[in-house]
Design a protein around this ligand. Structure first.
Ligand code: FE2
Length: 231
């Protein structure tokens, strides 16, 4: 099934990253900023990160601020997929997100949410990719389109968006286990989040939001997005 068809049906699709050289460059640049040194063994870094304090995690996020090429690297490593969904002329997130998920019950989590709640347009897509194999439950779970819409409609009838109904929902979804080199692309109506997990490793992933430059923007405008053309 073609990617667009898969997204139309399920709301998300898993695909192989086309340019691994660029994606590895992105991973190496990000990890170098986080840990202040070059280290190719990602599992060593993940193990180190699993033991980091919140203060050290915050310091790493500050170090990452000086890295601004993440969004182009991410889009260029998945050019054909992005072109298929949105064409060559795009608005892309100015800064691709680097996202950590630390093991242990006391760590912060992303509660179930739709990307739409953050003011992006309904024409936005998100690509999310881990920087390593995901063998444990440190990844992200996704409700498919049918399930997400059902929940969204229930909320709509109560006049709320991403409110207590979703926050208190008993989630039985398991995070996806992707391989390094695989990514997931999803639309902004898909409910997703992560769970507390046990592992000796932290999870490190990257995500980027993009849409066609010909489609309208919403609250998130050019403060958040920048014009970008795929060559
Ligand atoms: Fe999200």
């Amino acid at each position: 099934m073609k990617l667009q068809q898969q997204i139309n049906t399920k709301g998300y699709a898993i695909f192989p990253i086309e340019n691994m050289k660029l994606f590895e460059k992105l991973r190496n640049s990000v990890t170098c900023k986080i840990f202040n040194k070059r280290e190719k063994n990602i599992n060593l870094l993940r193990r180190k990160m699993a033991k980091m304090s919140n203060i050290d995690i915050n310091k790493s996020m500050i170090n990452l601020l000086s890295f601004s090429e993440g969004s182009e690297l991410m889009i260029n490593s998945c050019q054909n997929i992005v072109k298929e969904l949105c064409g060559k002329e795009l608005f892309i997130q100015r800064r691709a997100n680097t996202i950590f998920n630390l093991p242990g019950k006391e760590q912060r989590r992303q509660w179930p949410h739709y990307e739409m709640m953050s003011g992006i347009s309904p024409f936005t897509y998100v690509i999310w990719a881990p920087f390593h194999d995901l063998d444990d439950n440190g990844g992200v779970y996704y409700f498919d389109k049918k399930e997400s819409y059902k929940i969204m409609k229930k909320e709509y009838l109560k006049g709320i968006v991403n409110g207590p109904y979703i926050l208190k929902m008993k989630n039985k979804k398991k995070p996806m286990k992707l391989k390094f080199g695989e990514a997931i692309v999803f639309d902004p109506f898909i409910l997703h989040g992560n769970i507390a997990f046990e592992s000796e490793f932290a999870r490190i992933a990257c995500s980027i939001r993009f849409q066609s430059a010909k489609k309208p923007l919403m609250q998130r405008n050019t403060d958040f997005l920048k014009y970008f053309k795929i060559n």
